[in-house]
Design a protein around this ligand. Structure first.
Ligand code: SAM
Length: 224
């Protein structure tokens, strides 16, 4: 038991170290140059996940591309009073997000450093979410802990709330790129579908990204 705990601690520690060193390059390479930010903009502009007065959680927010995009789309569509909470394991990623919040004088986003496997460290009112987004987070959770991460996210969702999960699809290319970037956990569509069923989600649908990203990233929508 002890060695399992140590293993988990060290795996979280390694991820943190990895992203602390790469926070700036993640934002400039992945979000900007490779176009992850633009892809999300198209996806959320064309969808109807947002409406006024929602409470939204961005789990494993990194430098904040999900919340930043949702906030922009919400403003464009005239939705008001949306409250965003976002957490991440790596303070260095949150610092970049915080700089953006200050630069743009954004008032409706709160950040917190936290581990998806230890949600008890989140502030007391961080629960009962209408919408939770987890984007490129679960790849970094040890496989034997994925169900715990999903159970925790499910606890934070209100009854009838929606969760949207963006997760890397296992294929020939991602097997190679995953290993070059980080030894991420990769799933095929049916494997991840089963993970969701195993933690008690029964309203599960798959969505598609629009461009080349759809080959590499799966999008699952679940309702509690
Ligand atoms: C690939 S980045 C994704 C960031 C952002 N969601 C996006 O779509 O650009 C993965 C992020 O997951 C965070 N992360 C990894 N393990 C985590 C954990 N156990 N709890 C919370 N965040 C974690 C990392 O710190 C990193 O910022």
């Amino acid at each position: 038991m002890k060695s399992n705990e140590n293993q988990m601690r060290s795996s979280g520690g390694k991820v943190q170290e990895f992203y602390t060193k790469r926070a700036l390059s993640y934002e400039s390479l992945y979000v900007k140059r490779l176009g992850w930010g633009r892809e999300l903009d198209t996806f959320f502009s064309d969808s109807d996940y947002l409406q006024s007065s929602l409470k939204v959680l961005d789990a494993g927010c990194g430098t904040g591309v999900i919340t930043r995009t949702l906030n922009k789309v919400a403003l464009k569509k005239g939705y008001e009073d949306i409250e965003f909470h976002a957490f991440d394991l790596t303070q260095g990623m949150l610092d970049i997000f915080q700089m953006h919040i200050e630069e743009k004088e954004i008032k409706n986003v709160k950040l917190q450093q936290a581990d998806v496997l230890k949600i008890e460290s989140l502030p007391e009112n961080w629960n009962d979410y209408d919408l939770i987004i987890s984007s490129a987070l679960l790849e970094y959770i040890p496989k034997e802990q994925i169900s715990n991460a999903l159970i925790n996210l499910k606890k934070l969702l209100k009854n009838g709330g929606k969760m949207l999960i963006f997760i890397t699809r296992r294929n020939f290319i991602t097997n190679i790129t995953g290993k070059l970037w980080w030894k991420t956990n990769l799933f095929k569509d049916d494997q991840f579908h089963r993970e969701l069923q195993d933690v008690g989600f029964n309203k599960i649908q798959q969505r598609n990204l629009h461009s080349k990203w759809s080959k590499y990233i799966m999008v699952f929508e679940v309702i509690k």
